[in-house]
Every structure is written in structure tokens, then in C-alpha cells.
Design a protein around this ligand. Structure first.
Ligand SMILES: Nc1ncnc2c1ncn2[C@@H]1O[C@H](COP(=O)(O)OP(=O)(O)OP(=O)(O)O)[C@@H](O)[C@H]1O
Ligand SMILES: [Mg+2]
Length: 277
């Protein structure tokens, strides 16, 4: 069986200079690399905005070819518990860094840890801070206990803006040799909400069946309602035609495999300009 490339890996930058947007963050991380002095870091922000990418790129810029020996990525909230995570950290920290003074441990989903687990993590960070730097990744920094936050330089990642997302789309389209209409690009901007993982996955799915990607293909590939469908259903329901609106929605959900969250997201996107008026 031939393996298909997973575009989210294929297009993941492997150096900080290729990271899209997040300029202030990239600048500071680059100067850490130049000075060869990295504090503990905390990356906070929404999905698909470059937290894991920046951690991996930083490690590659810092360590060059020996980055894999000096960099460990692990999920802080491993379902088997914080003790398993701490064991893994201990194992990795036990051996010497290769051609470097310290190793980097990247802990994903740190905000899913309970307060007690975070206390345990803090002790582990202290225990190994001689030869390890920690990068904690989370969606919400407010869920991280103060004693950890105060030990880290905190970086806030933003959703990518339309201009950056569009450049990313164009780069992938040129490289993969498919065409994409203006309407389809706008649809990608709409359904992705500045999440580049979502952008990449939607494009990969849509391009499997089409050489020229149109708006329809994006909605088909992205598990989301089209704006005019959402409007039609909302209007029906608001006019009192609730059963009919529900039937229509159910048909679309089954046809396109949408779940409740997809529908709520679509309604929220549609209603947002009305609410903020
Ligand atoms: N700023 C960025 N520059 C370039 N590519 C990016 C950027 N942000 C995300 N991507 C792309 O999107 C995908 C996911 O990115 P990444 O793993 O860094 O997200 P994340 O912020 O760690 O998300 P999560 O919170 O879900 O872990 C990767 O393929 C990556 O190439
Ligand atoms: Mg990540």
C-alpha cells in the first residue's frame, strides 16, 4: 500500500523563520536561540495556531541534527495519570543532552491537568531544571496554577488573520498543483477560523476528488453548514416552522456527517455579526 502524505506534517515548518504570523513570538524565540539561552516557556492559545510547530522549530534551530535526541514531546494529561508522565520525563532527563547543555521537554495539554497534578508537575520541573527546559502548551493559561506560570515566559498565540491564511492556502495550492476559486478561498477562511490545521485538512480532503476546488467542495470537505443553508434553517425556525427547519437540518447533518458542535459553530458564525451590531 502506498502511503499518502499527511499534509499537516508535510507543511509543518521546521524552522522558526518559516512560521506564519505570530511575529512577536517568533522574534523572541529566535533571540533565545541566538543567545542559546531558553527559559521555561508556556504557549497558550487556540488549536492550530503554531504552538507545537514553534516548539519543534525552536528545537531544530537550536540543536540542528541532534534535535530528536534533545527534544521530547509528550501529552501532559496522559489518561494513565501524572505519575506516568513524570516517569517519562525522568527517563528522558536521566541521559545527557547531545552537544547541548540542556534538553527540551514539550508538554501538550497542560491545562487538562488537575491542580494536584500541576503541583506534582511543578516539583518535577524543579527537579530537572538543571538540564531540562519545559515548554508547556495549553489553550487557556488561566487554568495553569500560578507557581507554574511564574516560572515560565508566557506566550499568547492568536488565530491567524485572513491574509496569512490566504498565503498559506496559495502556497499549498501552488505546491500541490491544484486550482482554487476566489469563493472557495473565502469559504476556507470562513470555516477555518484562523486554525491552520483545519485549513490544511480541508484542502487535502477537497483536493482528493477535484483539480479545481470550488466553494461547494470546501463545505463538503469541512463538515460545516453553508452560510445560506444556516440562514434558511434559522429563518424557518424563527418563523415558527420549527419541525420543518429541524427536518431540513437533520437531512443535511446525515448527508454530510455533521455533528451538533459543527452546527452550533455554523450558527454562531452566522449570528455573530448580528449579535455584535
Ligand atoms: N503559525 C503557523 N505557521 C505555519 N504553520 C502552522 C502555524 N500554525 C499552525 N500551522 C500548521 O497547522 C498544523 C497544526 O499546527 P500546530 O500543531 O502547531 O498547532 P497547535 O497550536 O499546537 O494546536 P493544538 O492546540 O491543537 O495542539 C501544522 O500542520 C502546522 O504546520
Ligand atoms: Mg499542539
Amino acid at each position: 500500500m502506498t502511503e499518502i502524505d499527511v499534509w499537516t506534517e508535510k507543511y509543518r515548518p521546521d524552522t522558526l523563520s518559516e512560521v506564519v504570523g505570530q511575529e512577536k513570538i517568533v522574534d523572541r524565540l529566535t533571540s533565545f536561540v541566538e543567545e542559546d539561552s531558553i527559559p521555561h516557556l508556556m504557549f497558550a492559545g487556540p488549536a492550530g495556531t503554531g504552538k507545537t510547530t514553534c516548539a519543534m522549530s525552536l528545537a531544530q534551530d537550536l540543536y540542528g541534527d541532534s534535535w530528536r535526541q534533545n527534544f521530547m514531546e509528550t501529552n501532559a494529561s496522559d489518561e494513565r495519570g501524572i505519575d506516568v508522565v513524570r516517569e517519562r520525563i525522568k527517563d528522558f532527563a536521566r541521559t545527557k543532552p547531545v552537544n547541548a547543555d540542556y534538553k527540551i521537554i514539550f508538554l501538550d495539554e497542560a491545562d487538562a491537568l488537575t491542580q494536584d497534578a500541576q503541583q506534582a508537575l511543578r516539583r518535577t520541573m524543579e527537579q530537572f531544571s538543571d538540564n531540562c527546559r519545559f515548554i508547556l502548551s495549553c489553550n487557556y493559561s488561566s487554568k495553569i496554577i500560578d507557581p507554574i506560570q511564574s516560572r515560565c515566559a508566557v506566550f499568547r498565540f492568536n488565530r491567524l488573520d485572513d491574509e496569512d491564511v490566504e498565503k498559506y492556502i496559495t502556497r499549498i495550492a501552488e505546491n500541490e498543483g491544484f486550482k482554487i476559486s476566489r469563493e472557495a478561498i473565502d469559504a476556507v477562511l470562513r470555516v477555518s477560523g484562523g486554525d491552520l490545521r483545519r485549513v490544511t485538512n480541508v484542502l487535502q480532503t477537497a483536493s482528493m476528488t477535484e483539480d479545481k476546488i470550488e466553494e461547494e467542495d470546501i463545505y463538503g470537505a469541512s463538515a460545516s453548514l453553508k452560510p445560506d443553508e444556516t440562514e434558511e434553517i434559522l429563518e424557518k425556525a424563527l418563523k415558527g416552522d420549527f419541525i420543518d427547519a429541524r427536518g431540513h437540518l437533520a437531512d443535511i447533518m446525515i448527508e454530510r456527517g455533521l455533528d451538533g458542535q459543527d452546527v452550533i459553530n455554523a450558527i454562531h458564525t452566522k449570528a455573530e455579526p448580528l449579535i455584535s451590531r
